[in-house]
Design a protein around this ligand. Structure first.
Ligand code: VGL
Ligand code: ZN
Length: 243
């Protein structure tokens, strides 16, 4: 729990919340304190790759807009993890791998329903490279996911079979990270699945809304926010993060 919410919890528990809201100056100023990520926090920058930006194979509307926002936040974080969607050619999540299927239709794979995508983010391709303007010199780990030919992985923690782990949870835990701040592309797929799994693993989880852009397929953006908020993911804006 961060300082602001723990103090609010104390106020609630002691019945002092009403009194506090009636005292405008000190308390109000303090309640508007920015979030200050410490050494126990990590920024997870999800899939800011050419494929998800105009000119790429699965462009997310206005995807490039997140780049300067993420670059500006990066110096506020002691720990940064970057992910890359990193598929084998003819990956099972590609429509082209399934006879008669078109992108954005679904099919059943061994682990359940899978949305089928245009071929995208093939390992080693320019399309799979991080966006050239993304400047994260202090990032410590680049995690590549979706590399098993028959299993997709929106989440940076757990693949779509919901069994195979990427190792990121163990890495963060072993480094003493308790809070994760998630941003990048796309809000309703890889960002949301990463944030939901982070909550399941017990991390305090923030999604930085203005540092994300969505695909929004059949209401997926609304659904993703509902699921995230229901699990206790906190929806924040980059300007709320202080140094
Ligand atoms: C993603 C669809 C397919 C994402 C990755 O990064 O959100 N979406 N693969
Ligand atoms: Zn993918």
């Amino acid at each position: 729990m961060n300082i602001v919410s723990s103090k609010r919890a104390v106020l609630r528990a002691t019945g002092l919340g009403l009194i506090a809201s009636a005292v405008p100056l000190g308390w109000k100023a303090w309640a508007n304190q920015p979030l200050r990520p410490g050494v126990q926090s990590a920024l997870i920058v999800v899939d800011v790759q050419n494929c998800f930006i105009d000119g790429g194979t699965l462009p997310v509307a206005k995807g490039a807009e997140v780049v300067p926002i993420i670059n500006a936040m990066a110096p506020k974080f002691a720990n940064i993890v970057v992910t890359q969607d990193w598929h084998t050619p003819a990956h099972a999540s590609f429509a082209s791998s399934h006879a008669g299927k078109k992108p954005f239709e679904t099919t059943n794979l061994s682990y359940g329903t899978q949305v089928l995508w245009p071929d995208h983010c093939v390992q080693g391709s320019e399309d799979a490279a991080l966006h050239k303007d993304l400047k994260l010199p202090t990032a410590q780990v680049i995690l590549r996911k979706g590399h098993h030919p028959l299993v997709d992985s929106y989440s940076a923690f757990l693949e779509a079979d919901r069994k195979t782990v990427t190792g990121l949870g163990g890495y963060l835990r072993q480094r003493g990270i308790t809070d994760v701040f998630v941003c990048g592309l796309a809000t309703d797929f890889c960002v949301a699945w990463t944030a939901l799994d982070a909550r399941d693993l017990g991390f305090a989880t923030y999604v930085i809304e203005d540092a994300c852009r969505a695909i929004d397929l059949n209401g997926s953006l609304d659904q993703a926010w509902k699921a995230m908020l229901a699990k206790g993911v906190r929806r924040i804006q980059s300007k709320e993060i202080g140094v």
